[in-house]
Write a protein that binds this ligand. Structure first.
Ligand code: FES
Ligand code: FES
Length: 167
């Protein structure tokens, strides 16, 4: 069986995979990183989004072999070792941007990449457009958009701390 070597959340692993194994299957089934979810079989839901070499990718759309040699970050790799959450995670918590939480790992990973690509800031409309590849069945998106708008201020250094959510 072919082997794939990739660095996931800072740890390098070499695993045997079948040619047809998807990256999401490698992450969930071989590396037991089950925070990356599978919500569809049509590449539409975005629950499986991870970062591959810094770019958000739907992990159900690429083969594990295509990720050979890559640096991959999953939702498990965002918090610091001392447990400090990434500002985007903190914002989702503060702004109640999740209900069942199924879409949340993919939402957070997509949102981080979206914010990084727009250092001048995103409007509410741009955030909504940027999230078109991520589906949420519970929240109605409103609090997700507010969380991302707040997190971008911290991520780009325009705010020292997250603005508290209005009561
Ligand atoms: S599981 Fe990848 S887009 Fe739905
Ligand atoms: S919080 Fe349930 S699908 Fe988004």
């Amino acid at each position: 069986m072919p082997q794939v070597t990739l660095t996931v959340n800072g740890k390098t692993s070499t695993v045997e995979v079948e040619g047809r194994t998807l990256l999401v299957e490698l992450l969930r089934e071989k590396l037991r990183l089950t925070g990356t979810h599978v919500g569809c079989d049509t590449s539409q839901c975005g629950a499986c989004v991870v970062h591959v070499d810094g770019e958000s990718v739907k992990a159900c759309t690429i083969l594990a072999l295509q990720a050979n040699g890559s640096q991959v970050t999953t939702i498990e790799g965002l918090a610091k070792p001392d447990g400090t959450l990434h500002p985007m995670q903190e914002a989702f918590r503060e702004y109640h941007a999740l209900q069942c939480g199924f879409c949340t790992p993919g939402m957070v990973m997509s949102a981080i990449d979206l914010v990084k690509k727009h250092p001048d800031g995103l409007s509410e409309k741009e955030i909504r457009e940027g999230l078109e590849g991520n589906l949420c069945r519970c929240t109605g998106y409103h609090n997700i958009v507010k969380a991302i708008a707040a997190a971008q201020e911290v991520m780009h250094g325009r705010a020292q701390a997250l603005a508290p959510a209005a009561e």
